[in-house]
Design a protein around this ligand. Structure first.
Ligand code: AMP
Length: 291
């Protein structure tokens, strides 16, 4: 089905035909990969794409390869009609909505593994997740051949993995990071927030609050280790089960033990009931002394 102003295509061949016609007309193309259940965070990526590119393609594909066997692939929300309605109110021209068979036909055997930056943090708790992400994003980038592709900073490690993969494979695309869109109480928008009960929804903003407080303390000169420990205890006391809460180098994601002269990033994942939430914040380097 299609919505006014928005074309919906489901095959790689049709996607390529449409993109080739735009290319022939000299248009630049932006790609916004998503798993659907669209919210204002996704729409911020579409807006960022519009600023840089003449045409915007939004892909909607719940990628089975990035879900673990005990994760929520079967129950992940798939409100296709509502998603098309939301997209048709944006500047996006094309929704690419492939089936699993279209993306992974029988015999599909290739996987992309990004070592280093794709290890630890989320990978330690979701083994194979970033292989699934890198594989599907590589396919989407090759299928669409955009000038730029847009990813949220909310999934910071994913953004770094995709950037590394595009560089390593010489994909001629700019990977653009877009700041996290939040609820007024600080909770990062996520399709998975729909899983939260009313009580859990009230507790969820503590994740962002704990990160903000910890980032402020570290920025103010406090040693990271005790700050992180206190943040973990505060979250645990409130009933959020902390998977990790760590300070990493913002570019390499290498662990940061003491505040160095490089930008850092504070990253966390917690479980609240059956819902897994992630968030992250920048920790700027100390201002240079004026001596
Ligand atoms: P998803 O549909 O969850 O796979 O997300 C698709 C893209 O939207 C990814 O690049 C996410 O990082 C990005 N995204 C998800 N939530 C947000 C948010 N709250 N703010 C900005 N970008 C987001």
């Amino acid at each position: 089905m299609s919505a006014p102003g928005l074309a919906v295509v489901r095959s790689v061949a049709e996607l390529r035909r449409r993109v080739a016609a735009w290319r022939a007309a000299g248009d630049t193309i932006g790609l916004v990969p998503t798993m659907g259940a669209l919210h204002a965070g996704h729409l911020a990526l579409v807006a960022a794409a519009r600023e840089r590119c003449r045409r915007t393609v939004v892909s909607i594909f719940v990628n089975p390869k990035q879900f673990g066997p005990c994760e929520d692939f079967a129950t992940y929300p798939r409100p296709e009609t509502a998603d098309f309605a939301k997209l048709s109110a944006t500047s996006a021209e094309l929704a690419f909505v492939p089936s699993i068979d279209e993306m992974y036909p029988e015999g599909f055997s290739t996987a992309i593994n990004v070592s280093g930056i794709g290890e630890g943090l989320c990978d330690a708790h979701r083994p194979g997740h970033f292989d699934g992400v890198a594989t599907v994003v590589a396919k989407l980038l090759i299928q669409t051949a955009p000038d730029a592709a847009f990813f949220g900073e909310k999934d910071y490690q994913q953004l770094m993995v995709v950037r590394r993969m595009a560089r390593d494979l010489d994909l001629p695309v700019e990977i653009v990071g877009v700041p996290t869109v939040r609820e007024p109480d600080g909770l990062a928008l996520s399709s998975r927030n729909a899983y939260l009960s009313a009580d859990e929804r009230r507790l969820a903003p503590h994740l962002n609050r704990a990160l903000r407080e910890a980032a402020a303390e570290i920025t103010g000169g406090a040693a990271p280790a005790p700050v992180l420990e206190r943040a973990i205890s505060a979250l645990t006391d409130r009933g959020l089960r902390v998977e990790y809460l760590e300070l990493r180098d913002a570019a390499t994601l290498a662990p940061v033990a003491s505040r160095a002269a490089r930008p850092a990033r504070l990253l966390a994942a917690v479980h609240l009931g059956r819902t897994r939430l992630i968030d992250n914040l920048p920790v700027p380097p100390p201002a240079p002394s004026r001596s």
